[in-house]
Design a protein around this ligand. Structure first.
Ligand code: ZN
Length: 372
């Protein structure tokens, strides 16, 4: 000061201007920062009181919109000096980020609150189970057929399928029922318009078909499927019914094998208490032939309505394969022997599920079918 004492008077106003100018800017900077901090505090406080999405929108317009302090300060950046600009920028940016974060949090809170109140007012319970999907199910006859397949599968039998529309020869002649033979009366059937083509009356044609397929190997098959007969329909008779047939052909097959196999089947199907008897009978395609009866499972053999007081329920027919049938199948009856058995699946289904009328099985009443 001493050195420049003489000339100090002149520049003072200039220096003073610069000083004052700089000081004024300093004051402005502090003002802006204070204003921004006040704005941040006020905005956050008012955000606390925001309850609705509409109020939140209004708040956003006021504090982060075009005319908000934050945005107008950004807009004025050009009016600050190079030194001030970063400082102001940093300050306004901090406020902006703080407000935006607070806004995002509030928005999420309000959204959740709105959802909860909507759920409460609209009584929408998203935890309620939906409408149940109606599931299909197996027909009782099919259920039983699958069980029969399993039982005989365990015993080493294969399922062999043969046509439901057969030639007269397969259905009758090769089974030792020649044309005009009175035995054909037992199997009155439906004839097609084609000469010599019928709807099969039993699964027995499959015996001939499987023997011709397997020759000269041993045969152990189960022949399942639908059969048709010309019947008067009643509680226990239908024009269409399901049947399965067993056929075993090999060297040294005996009647004891037949008895053992059928007894084992009834035990596996109806429980260990079930037992069978063979009653002499006659079929053209077996010799000797027998009816297979099972002790009544309803009365234990004492006699009841189901067994017509006899204590026995007829399951089907069986016997040793007739030599002529073996021959039609291609096997030499001098070397090979075999047994066959036919059991009505519908009748077995009635017994198994305690159903008292065979007609229920095919009249497609959903109230009946839903029980299985
Ligand atoms: Zn009985």
């Amino acid at each position: 000061m001493g050195k420049k004492g003489g000339t100090a008077v002149e520049p003072r106003p200039f220096i003073g201007r610069v000083f004052l100018s700089a000081e004024k800017k300093e004051v402005n900077m502090i003002d802006i920062e204070i204003d921004l901090q006040k704005e941040q505090q006020a905005a956050l406080e008012s955000l606390e009181r925001v309850e609705s999405p509409e109020a939140l929108d209004t708040w956003k317009q006021a504090h982060l919109g075009k005319s908000s302090l934050v945005m107008t300060t950004f807009g004025k950046m050009g009016s600050f000096s190079k030194v001030e600009r970063p400082q102001v920028g940093r300050a306004v940016n901090q406020v902006k980020v703080a407000l935006e974060n607070a806004y995002a949090l509030k928005e999420e809170t309000i959204r959740r609150k709105a959802l909860l109140s909507a759920m409460a007012s609209e009584k929408l319970d998203v935890t309620l189970p939906g409408y149940p999907v109606q599931r299909g199910r197996m027909h009782p006859v099919n259920l039983l057929m699958r069980e029969i397949y399993r039982i005989f599968g365990d015993m080493g039998f294969q399922v062999y399928r043969s046509p439901e529309v057969e030639t007269d020869d397969m259905n009758f002649t090769y089974l030792n029922i020649p044309p005009y033979h009175p035995a054909r009366d037992m199997w009155d059937t439906f004839y097609t318009e084609d000469e010599g083509v019928v709807l099969r009356t039993h699964t027995s044609p499959g015996q001939i078909r499987s023997m011709r397929d397997y020759y000269p190997n041993p045969v152990r098959v189960i022949l399942p499927g639908a059969c048709m007969r010309y019947e008067q329909q009643d509680q226990s008779h239908e024009i269409e019914f399901m049947q399965f047939e067993l056929l075993v052909v090999d060297k040294g097959v005996t009647f004891a094998n037949l008895k053992g196999t059928m007894d084992d089947f009834t035990k596996r199907m109806f429980g260990p208490g079930a037992h069978t008897r063979l009653r002499p009978s006659h079929f053209p395609f077996t010799e000797p032939s027998a009816e297979l009866d099972m002790a009544c499972i309803f009365c234990g053999g004492v006699g009841c309505g189901v067994c017509h007081g006899t204590g026995w329920i007829e399951l089907g027919g069986c016997g040793m394969v007739h030599p002529r049938v073996l021959k039609y199948g291609g096997y030499d009856p001098e070397v090979y022997s075999g047994f066959a058995a036919g059991v009505g699946i519908d009748r077995t289904t009635l017994l198994r599920y305690h159903i008292d009328d065979i007609r229920y099985l095919r009249n497609n009443d959903i109230r009946f079918l839903e029980q299985f």
